[in-house]
Design a protein around this ligand. Sequence first.
Ligand SMILES: NC(=O)c1ccc[n+]([C@@H]2O[C@H](COP(=O)([O-])OP(=O)(O)OC[C@H]3O[C@@H](n4cnc5c(N)ncnc54)[C@H](OP(=O)(O)O)[C@@H]3O)[C@@H](O)[C@H]2O)c1
Length: 251
Amino acid sequence: MNNVNGKYIWVIGASSGIGLELAKELARKGAILALSARREEKLKKLLEDLSGDKHIMVPLDISDAGAVKNAQKTILKSFPQIDSVICMAAIYSADKEKNTSPDFIQKTLLVNIGGAFNVVESLKPQFKKQGHGQIALCASVAGYRGLPNGQPYSATKAALINYGESLKVELESDNIDVKIICPGFVKTDLTAENDFRMPMIMDADSAAKEIVKGISSNKFQIDFPKRFTTILKVLRAVPYILFFPIARKMR
Ligand SMILES: NC(=O)c1ccc[n+]([C@@H]2O[C@H](COP(=O)([O-])OP(=O)(O)OC[C@H]3O[C@@H](n4cnc5c(N)ncnc54)[C@H](OP(=O)(O)O)[C@@H]3O)[C@@H](O)[C@H]2O)c1
């Protein structure tokens, strides 16, 4: 996809943060959007604010495979096709206690990685029927390496990178383009409770612009800000003998 103008794009996780700014940027550039997340009132407000009058909202919980399938059916009643799905939905907690609770761990797995599987499995047959499609999964630089105090969130992001890599090659012969999005720190509700320094943190609207540029390119990985992600890519490549001493320092 080299231009989003006139494209039918499904943004999941559009009710706040990067997904919300992404929807605004895509609409400004002429895309026709289906907006999903759980909070209907937020989606309604976004729909009112967007430029263009063909957008629709389809609330869903991404961890529910049936709900994802039904949402896709609803979208295809209004849209002739879905050119791209951008999956931004995720949960995270900065609360150490919450992060060790079995309920929260389970929920994080179901939403962050289970949700991506639900979306991909639902859309694959449709994309094959159309003869084209794009899947963009939002991972994170947090998935590059296992750093102290990152769980369970970072494990789901590592899984998303792995999942995206598998899909990229599996689906390319069906003309389905797969991308992973790996942001550094972005100022949103998700990071608001973090009590540590977040180097090179950026605004959600700048992140949205990077994503729009990335989905219109032929790159597999959309990562930003470059100065930060380049350092982490180097860390990703170092052998364990060097990596663990660095990780100990980060702790
Ligand atoms: N902010 C950062 O620094 C950062 C860095 C790297 C990666 N990311 C990734 O960027 C993406 C967007 O995060 P953000 O920072 O913009 O956080 P955010 O403002 O909390 O947005 C998360 C979005 O996910 C949706 N969501 C959560 N659970 C859902 C569910 N069960 N079903 C459907 N939608 C659900 C939320 O909507 P509802 O609550 O209305 O459902 C919301 O729209 C996430 O994948 C996150 O991991 C963020």
